[in-house]
Design a protein around this ligand. Sequence first.
Ligand code: FAD
Length: 385
Amino acid sequence: MPDTAPIVIIGTGLAGYTLAREFRKLNKDAPVLMLTADDGHSYSKPMLSTGFAKAKTADQLSMADPGKMAEQLNIDVRTFATVTALDPDGHRLFIGEEAVAYSKLVLAWGADLIHLNIPGSGAGKVFAVNDLMDYRRIRDALHDKKKVAILGAGLIGCEFANDLLQGGYHVELIAPSDTALPGMLPKAAGDAVVKGLQAQGAVFHLGQVATAVEEAGDGVELTLDNGVKVQADIVLSAVGLRPRTTLAKHAGVQVNRGIVVDREMRTSAADIYALGDCAEVDGHVLLYVLPLMACAKALAKSLAGEPTKVSYGVMPVVVKTPACPVVVAPPPVGAEGEWRVEQSGDCDVRALFVNADGALEGFALTGSHVMEKQKLAQQLDPIHN
Ligand code: FAD
């Protein structure tokens, strides 16, 4: 490794740029090179599922182009530079045939969308949104169009359903679950979200999967496994994300559900760190903004010479479905206890996850109960004490 090798950060999403910004507050001039497979624009990903309601184009959601980021942070940014392999022993990575040396390497390369590969001639009209470039493509595809079929009723499917409804589109959701946000919420709270979105005009096909997607005129026709046909201009697939681990695994870096790191974001390989959607931090895979911000601050200090462990506090997740507001602090994985559910109206649910000692371990609030977030959050233990 040459003495002059930079710190290399792979990924210019919120994790990569936040880390670079935090590091520059502590160290003004150590060379930093950022590599990204995309166009390198700085943007807030959560805004992608509010863009139709606010009538925002992709350009309007971009906060800075890579040139501006490079100038602001005194870093180099290489766009459309897809890293294809890592060589931890040689302190190098590869972009195709080109080798790039690093002194320290940070993996901030996010999560992959899960693709369903539904058979049929309409595959070209199936979209997914996981970055600003995807958002640009789906906005272009929906120009002058009116109807969207969404696959998946998880956080991203429900947020886009709400956003598209507010943007004036007709929306049908198809999901194998019996309610919305099934992995995150107890059923009563998920049902409240279904009712809230239905009240805005959404049509739900729950307990169903799409078995075929065929071109039909300018749009598509989906066949569901109960034989029902759903027509739409385009399909938005929102069936989930999976931390990107393949390149790390091929390089011998330990992976599990994500790239395994300790509380200093150190992987199993010397001088390689990971944070953001790709990382499994001390056993936690949390594909949200607050955890990656906490990691970026701690890792910036470590890279600047002061080894620092991240501390996760209580981090409730706000789901952006104004048709039925939701905030959830999921109980710890494997926690034993029960949901105690109170419902006061179609959309107003207070669900408390309580252990055998009667202590609160998590909560899910919908409708008017979201106001209780602060009060309940104060009763929860932080993830790291
Ligand atoms: P990404 O933003 O995905 O960045 C990954 C980067 O790595 C990109 O620059 C990519 O080009 C690059 N890359 C990937 N592979 C390579 C490679 N091989 N070589 C070079 N570069 C590579 N979280 C919340 O907390 N609140 C919300 O309200 C919320 N809303 C959301 C709404 C939507 C629609 C989505 C999709 C997510 C939302 N999230 C929300 C999640 C949150 O946005 C993500 O957790 C966060 O943005 C992830 O940032 P990241 O930098 O880890 O990954």
